[in-house]
Each structure stands twice: as structure tokens, then as C-alpha cells.
Design a protein around this ligand. Sequence first.
Ligand SMILES: [Zn+2]
Length: 246
Amino acid sequence: MRAHALTRSGGWAALIVGTVTYAAGGIPFTLLLLAFFVPSVALSRIGRAKKRALVDIGKGGPRDALQVVANGGIASACALAFGLTHDVRLAWAFAGAYAAATADTWATEIGTLARGRPRSIFNLRPVATGMSGAITGAGTAAEVAGAVWLALIAAACLPAAAAGPAGMRALAGIALAGIAGATADSLLGASVQELRYCPACERPCETDPHQCGSATRLVRGLRGLTNDAVNLLATAAGALVGSAFG
Ligand SMILES: [Zn+2]
């Protein structure tokens, strides 16, 4: 996890997220955090060369502090609130947030590598590989797998989700939370998320300035609503759906 999984600021942010999670939720919450983090790092290492070519659209590379907060901020707030109140719904919200982050990360990492042409979630028209709001068959399968993976760990670890009917409800509810969150991410990514254009490279991108150093212009979406902001909203959606089952 050391080499290039996180930037320096990302490392500090992850340390804070980990500390808050362990202090507030103990080992069960920490296991859920690791169930999100470890496969995410492993997946980001697969096909690195191909992803390096896509880095200009703001994906891939070491995770910085904003990305850590985008994926773990809502969950950490839920953990903190759970530590203070011991309200079971907050434990489910915590798991739902990480289910959404896991589903979205798996979908992005695997969808980016998939051979199939990515399509817009709205009109199914082909779009550039790695672009936000794009879906592929492999990416969607990975999304569901990521949500189910996190739900399995939640059902096994969370004290609130004991064996029997409660365990089954946790499994279904957290998986649903993950799929809902990742779907929200795709919908927002294809509509209100900032999409920019680099006139120098003549290609769409998600950063300003572009990787090449040129200033980019907004072609769609709301100014400032970055990929990180959309990820944060998606984990909030996962937390909401998760808490509804708690
Ligand atoms: Zn450029």
C-alpha cells in the first residue's frame, strides 16, 4: 500500500479516516474500510499502462486528499456519529457509503479496461473510454460485484447485522445501497458533473488546466462539480439507502 497508492496529502487524509474509523467503530468498521481500500488499490494496479493514457480525464494515479475525502468522508462522518450515539442506522449508513464507493471504484477500474465501447448511461450513445457517466457491460458487472462484496463483509462484521434474518437484510440492503450509490454516480457524472475541453489537445477532459498545461473550457455541467464532488454525493446516496435498512 506504500508505493504510489496515495499521494502525501492522500496518505495523511487516509490516516485520519482510518483513525476516526477505528476509534469510533472499532475492528468491525475498520474491516469494512479495508474491504473497500485494499481491493481498490489492487485493481488500480491492473493495466496501469492503459490507465496512464487516460490520466488526463482525471482518473487513475495515486489518490490525493480530495479523492480520499470523496470516497471516505461521508463514511467517516457516519462512523463518528455512530461512536457518539451508537445508533444502529449509522452503522448501516457507514456500510452503505463504502458499498457505494466500492461499487463505483470497481466499475471504474474494470470498466476502463473493458474492451466494449463505453456508452452514456442516459442515451446509450458511445462516449470516450474512462469518461464519467459512461457504462460498459463489464463495468456494470463489476459494480454489482463490488456492492455484494462489501455487503458480505458488512453482514459478517457489523454487530448490528447478526446472523439470520438481520444478516440477510444487511446483505440485501447494503448491496442495494452500493448499487444505488454507484448508479447515482453514473447519472450525475453524465449530467451535472463538470465536463471540460482542451483546445490544445482537441479532446474532452475533466481537469483545468489540462494535463498538458493548457487552460480548458467548460462544455457541460456545473462549474466546480468535479468528479470528487460527484463521488462524495454518490457515497451520501449509499449512506441514505443503507440507513433506511438499519
Ligand atoms: Zn491538453
